[in-house]
Design a protein around this ligand. Structure first.
Ligand code: SF4
Length: 238
């Protein structure tokens, strides 16, 4: 291991130690060498980040990727986009039809609603959010991505997180909430509280397409956004 790698390891271990002692340290992102700390609940593991990794390299690899069956039906890979120094990483399930056509995450009515929701608490993909997905290729007929498809695609998301170093996560919908938290319960039970992922705060809420189908979900979704805002305000004061 190189000297700088050893220093990064000590930094990562120090963050874990601090997190165990008194919760997460929001201003201390994991160093570049570590993509993710192993989580028994999610099954995610620490992997060495490729040297000089970049969002562009990840997007280029994903565009050629055939690691799961979703590659067969895609038109465009949707690697994600937004601020390269995000406050919040917004993580959805996977591309829909419009996203598959354009390569842009969360467009169309659901995406517009997501943008409005984010704007209501001072967030936007242009300034302080990065928007990604659990899988980067569209599942046929908008079915749920299968567990093996999620697992195949997760390393791309892990690498994006390592590069972007967000300070908080917003999981939109059941699939990302379950995947990131290693949970099997529905979004109705996962939303409404502060979770942790990577030692950083994570809030789960309904997918905007669910809000478009069911107006009654808008109020709890707004409560979730207010929770995220209060967490971000708290981080700001540290
Ligand atoms: S969904 Fe992810 S793992 Fe599967 S082919 Fe697309 S980029 Fe590769």
């Amino acid at each position: 291991m190189k000297t700088d790698g050893r220093a990064s390891l000590f930094e990562a271990l120090s963050i874990v130690e601090d997190s165990l002692a008194d919760g997460y340290h929001s201003r201390r992102a994991l160093p570049d060498f570590a993509v993710i700390i192993e989580s028994p609940s999610t099954g995610l593991r620490m992997e060495p980040a490729p040297a000089n990794d970049s969002l562009e390299a990840i997007a280029a690899e994903a565009a050629r990727c055939q690691k799961c069956r979703l590659s067969a039906g895609r038109n465009r890979v949707v690697p994600g986009l937004g601020s390269t120094r995000p406050l919040v990483m917004v993580i959805g399930e996977g591309p829909g039809a419009e996203e598959d056509k354009t390569g842009i995450p969360f467009i169309g009515p659901a995406g517009q609603l997501l943008d409005k929701m984010l704007a209501a608490i001072g967030l936007s993909r242009e300034t302080n959010c990065f928007i990604g997905n659990i899988v980067k290729c569209r599942p046929p007929m908008n079915r749920d991505p299968a567990p093996d498809e999620q697992a195949a695609c997760m390393p791309y998301l892990e690498r994006q997180i390592a590069i972007l170093k967000p300070r908080a996560f917003l999981a939109v919908g059941r699939i990302p909430a379950q995947a990131l938290l290693g949970a099997k319960t529905g979004i109705g039970r996962l939303r409404g509280e502060r979770h942790e992922f990577h030692g950083l705060p994570l809030v789960a809420t309904y997918h905007p397409s669910a809000l478009l189908r069911n107006e009654e979900l808008k109020r709890p979704a707004w409560e979730d956004l207010k929770l995220l805002k209060s967490i971000l305000d708290e981080l700001d004061q540290r």
